[in-house]
Write a protein that binds this ligand. Structure first.
Ligand code: NDP
Length: 257
């Protein structure tokens, strides 16, 4: 894991009860550079227990963080108040918007409801979470210089399937209209937020974790959770001004939008 984490004192991950989110928490807690406070969110605390979420002095699970923003904006605001009381004047150095769903649908089968649900969860919710946690990110940004997780950063876990340019030729074989469109929207929102927050020294970027063996990625995926998250955390730990508004994969390679 990159040494950028040495100066990242507070970090929050959404969707941390299983899959890549849980693996991030495990990897951070087991590393020598674990942030002082890791806030692992889940929409249902009982699920965190089932998945065996690691708990130590560093890890605080606030739970009950529903991301279905359009119907539950209150819970996002409630969570931001809870986190604020935990972090106080420190603010938040790094927000990782990881939670997401993958709804399949071809031109023949796709329905409006599937499109809206995927868009709401994968694009609207990360935006609303970022907005709700902005005061905490700003607090952290005011205490640092430069750009990166040592100061204040928003990392959106996106997907190569959200790349418009790569959805052509061999890259076009995964015909998942709702998922692809939602991640393309998340990519645009990443850029919009980066443009707006650059003057305040808050970095925003999108990362593709690779095709990973999780409930979402399935057993045939190319990467183990450990391989993916080791790469993702090393990318996040090395972020600097040049990555602001960028789209990188877990190896640090720049991806086309
Ligand atoms: P999983 O399906 O294994 O886990 C998804 C996580 O998101 C769970 O914690 C889940 O919580 C949470 N979540 C989903 N919907 C909501 C919601 N409405 N409110 C709150 N939490 C929610 O997925 P992965 O770990 O594989 O994926 C993590 C991220 O990585 C996603 O954004 C995904 O798109 C992205 N990604 C994954 C790839 C892969 O190959 N696995 C490839 C490219 C990108 P709960 O347990 O409560 O459902």
């Amino acid at each position: 894991m990159s040494s950028g984490f040495q100066k990242c004192h507070t970090l929050m991950i959404t969707g941390a009860n299983r899959g890549l989110g849980l693996q991030m928490v495990k990897a951070l807690v087991n590393s020598s550079h674990c942030p002082r406070k890791v806030i692992a969110t889940t929409r249902d605390k009982s699920r965190a227990k089932v998945s065996g979420m690691v708990c130590s002095d560093n890890v605080v699970s606030i739970g009950y963080f529903r991301l279905a923003y359009a119907i539950n904006q209150d819970s996002i605001e409630q969570a931001s108040k809870e986190v604020e009381s935990l972090l106080g004047d420190e603010g938040l150095n790094c927000l990782i918007n990881n939670a997401g769903i993958n709804i399949s649908g071809t031109l023949e089968t796709v329905e409006a409801e599937q499109m809206m649900k995927n868009y709401e969860t994968n694009a609207v919710s990360p935006l609303m979470i970022t907005k709700a946690f902005l005061p905490l990110l700003r607090k952290a940004a005011k205490q640092g210089t430069g750009m990166g997780i040592h100061r204040a950063a928003v990392v959106n876990v996106s997907s190569l399937l959200g790349s418009i340019e790569l959805n052509w030729g061999p890259g076009a074989e995964f015909k998942t209209y709702p998922y692809r469109a939602s991640k393309a929207a998340l990519n645009m929102l990443t850029r919009c937020v980066a443009v707006d927050l650059t003057p305040e020294g808050i970095l925003c970027m999108a990362v593709h974790p690779g095709w990973v063996q999780t409930d979402m990625g399935g057993p045939d995926a190319l990467l183990s959770k450990e391989e993916s998250i080791n790469g993702v955390l090393s990318v996040i730990g090395s972020l600097s001004e040049k990555n602001n508004g960028g789209f990188l994969d877990y190896t640090g390679k720049t991806l086309p939008w």
